[in-house]
Design a protein around this ligand. Structure first.
Ligand code: NFS
Length: 653
């Protein structure tokens, strides 16, 4: 701890594992600029709210159930701790599902206008994926042109938003046994808005007051995210902007260039970024930038749309959610344009200190004090051209000293379900069988998804890095997305050479295939790539019949957002053991806690887990993977037996 004026400040080295962010936080302190870490010191988490033991669903309270035992008190209406926690958890899932599904709807509407020719700035870049997706939904593609197929796909996927009865279309892509379980429990989603609306109505004062019934709706809503809104966002973005394949890209603040006009795009929907790419490559703007003394225009990403652009086009990435304020302390950011989600309001104050234009672009996300230049895909360049003009003007009048950390780490990004298929089997016999074989023979112990946010309550990136290191050391293949992927990329772990940190079995497979032991799949909505990869593993055979049978687990060790909770729940409902770090917003020793952490698994789903220590988290996941291996009868590593002639005669064919 350091004394600063009258306040005790934490050591900066305790706040983040990211060297560049550390350097910038030191500068911020000297410059008198506050970031989320400073606000976190001032803002102690409310211990009652942290466990969801309070209810403000009506105004007879708010009621705080802070008695010594969880069942020592009830709310004014009589609501028990289980009802209150389940309702709060449900509303987090509803908010996360709404965020992803709203993003998916924006992409779906864009897709419609690209298909019908109303938008000409984008095209159908991946017609093969378009056809595959149509076929997976049993749509008739015979003799259909690309625009006709796109129209048919649009109409089918629109049901994810309009249907009041029936099942959302992408359910058809899930393993049959998993769908059977969902049907048995009555949790197949009808549409995302219907499920979110029903959560809000059921959790109103005096409505659904049985935690088990609320939990069913929690799962149904989360599935509308994973197999609905998020999946639409990923797959239609692939069709329009190109399905990623592995690409070398640089990550960290060193991607900023002192002699260039630096433009950061931070947010979640890839369309703003795709259009910005056109503007920064326009010779007209490059010429203006050069006339103002710059060597050129430097476009970089942050957070999730940044992760998507890095996967699709190799665009450099400056850092994750934790670093969005710190990067402006470099003085080198000539414009930061944002769209939706995970945009801290605190950015405005930092932007003001360094004369950086902070520009909001989406009507769903305005920030008091930021400049708003609205983005409309029908005339996309109007917005992006104006942002670049502002950035060039800021470059020409830079008044603050520029200090850019030098670190920029190269890594391989852009893995997808489709590429893994090709990578393991080649173009002629692509498939997941080689992956399954290596799991069955024990070289790969299992698969883990390590995803999610960073949170100023945890030393930035540290839990992600420690957890992933421990998993690969124990032969667990790791799939990553979002801010977690960026943490490992900065650590230099997303390269094939990282195989030397893996256990002997995983290392052997990685070296044979030439792949890293950690595969980066993109943004948070791209977690749906993990669902589809898991389904492909089930369908390839030998590892059970549902996602719940797979030797697999998931984790979000530094989570903070409601989207993370929605993702966690859709993985749990899809059959995956999902472990969260930081804290968990439920009181231990309650019936609702038991249901989420144990009961759901007994019903055939996955379950939740929680641990703060990343090594403990890794071993909880490994123990679960081993449990699934034992259930599949693949827990004993098979010795290679050399057969002589008499043995061979014994073999029955
Ligand atoms: Ni995911 Fe992306 Fe990051 Fe967390 Fe926010 S940027 S959608 S929510 S903080 S991983």
């Amino acid at each position: 701890m350091l004394k600063n004026d009258d306040k005790i400040l934490p050591m900066i080295s305790d706040l983040t594992s990211c060297e560049s962010t550390r350097t910038m936080l030191e500068k911020a302190r000297k410059d008198g600029v506050k970031t989320a870490w400073d606000r976190a010191v001032d803002m102690k988490p409310c211990p009652i709210g942290a466990e969801s033991a309070c209810c403000k669903m009506c105004y007879m309270g708010p009621c705080r159930l802070n008695s010594k035992t969880p069942y020592g008190k009830v709310g004014v209406c009589g609501a028990t701790i289980d009802t209150i926690m389940a309702r709060n958890f449900a509303r987090m899932v509803a908010a996360g599902t709404a965020a992803h599904s709203d993003h998916g709807l924006a992409i779906l509407e864009l897709f419609r206008d690209v298909a019908n020719g109303k938008i000409s700035d984008y095209t159908i870049k991946d017609p093969v994926k378009l056809e595959d997706l149509c076929l997976s939904l049993e749509l008739d593609v015979k003799d259909k042109s690309i625009p006709e197929m796109a129209q048919a796909l649009y109409e089918e996927l629109l049901k994810t938003y309009t249907q009041l009865h029936g099942e959302i279309p992408f359910i058809k892509r899930a393993p049959a046994k998993t769908v059977e379980l969902w049907r048995k429990h009555g949790i197949v989603p009808r549409s995302a808005p219907k499920e979110v609306m029903e959560i809000m109505s059921r959790t109103h004062m005096g409505c659904d007051q049985h935690y088990e019934n609320i939990t069913r709706q929690i799962s149904r809503t989360a599935l509308a995210d994973g197999w609905g809104g998020s999946m639409i966002a990923t797959d239609l973005s692939d069709i329009m902007f190109g399905t990623p394949s592995p690409v070398l890209a640089e990550v960290d603040m060193g991607v900023l260039k002192e002699n260039m006009v630096n433009i950061i795009i931070h947010g979640h929907e890839p369309n703003l970024f795709e259009s910005m790419l056109q503007t920064v490559n326009d010779p007209f703007f490059i010429k203006i930038a050069k006339e103002k003394g710059a060597a050129g225009l430097n476009l970089v990403g942050m957070c999730c749309s940044g992760a998507e652009m890095m996967s699709r086009h190799g665009i450099p990435h400056a850092g994750n959610f934790g670093s969005t304020e710190a990067i402006m302390v470099t003085g080198a950011v000539d414009a930061m344009a944002v769209d939706i989600q995970c945009i801290k309001q605190g950015l405005t104050a930092v932007a003001e200190c360094y004369d950086t234009p902070l520009i909001t672009t989406n009507p769903r996300c305005m920030i008091e004090g930021a400049l708003h230049i609205e983005f409309d895909e029908h005339k996309a360049r109007d917005c992006t051209d104006e942002i670049v003009t502002k950035a060039i003007a800021r470059f020409a009048t830079r008044s603050k000293p520029v200090v850019i950390p030098k670190k920029a780490t190269k890594g391989v990004h852009g893995f997808t379900y489709e590429y893994i298929n090709y990578m393991l089997g080649g173009s002629f016999r692509g498939g997941y069988t080689p992956l399954n074989d290596n799991i069955i023979n024990g070289r790969i112990r299992g698969v883990a998804g390590v995803v999610g946010c960073v949170n100023p309550r945890v030393k930035q990136d540290s839990a992600h890095i420690a957890l992933v290191r421990e998993l690969i050391k124990n032969d667990v293949l790791v799939l990553q997305t979002g801010c977690s992927q960026i943490a490992l990329a900065k650590e230099g772990m997303l390269i094939p050479e990282a195989a030397h940190l893996a256990g002997p079995g995983l290392r052997e497979v990685c070296e044979a295939v030439g792949m890293p032991p950690i595969l980066g799949l993109g943004s948070c909505v791209d977690n749906t790539r993990i669902l589809i990869a898991a389904t492909a593993m089930v369908k390839a055979g030998g590892l059970g019949h549902s996602i719940a049978d797979l030797p697999a687990a998931g984790a979000a060790p530094e989570w903070m957002s409601e989207k993370a909770i929605a993702i966690g729940q859709y993985f749990v409902a899809s059959g995956v053991y999902t472990v969260f770090g930081v804290g968990f917003p439920i009181v231990k020793g309650t019936k609702f806690h038991d249901l989420l952490f144990d009961g759901l698994e007994k019903q055939g789903f996955g379950k939740w887990g929680h641990a703060v220590d990343p090594i403990e988290m890794a071993h909880m996941m490994i123990a679960h993977i081993d449990k699934k291996r034992a259930a599949l009868g693949i827990d004993k590593s098979k010795e290679r037996v050399l057969l002589d002639m008499s043995d061979r005669r014994e073999i029955q064919i």
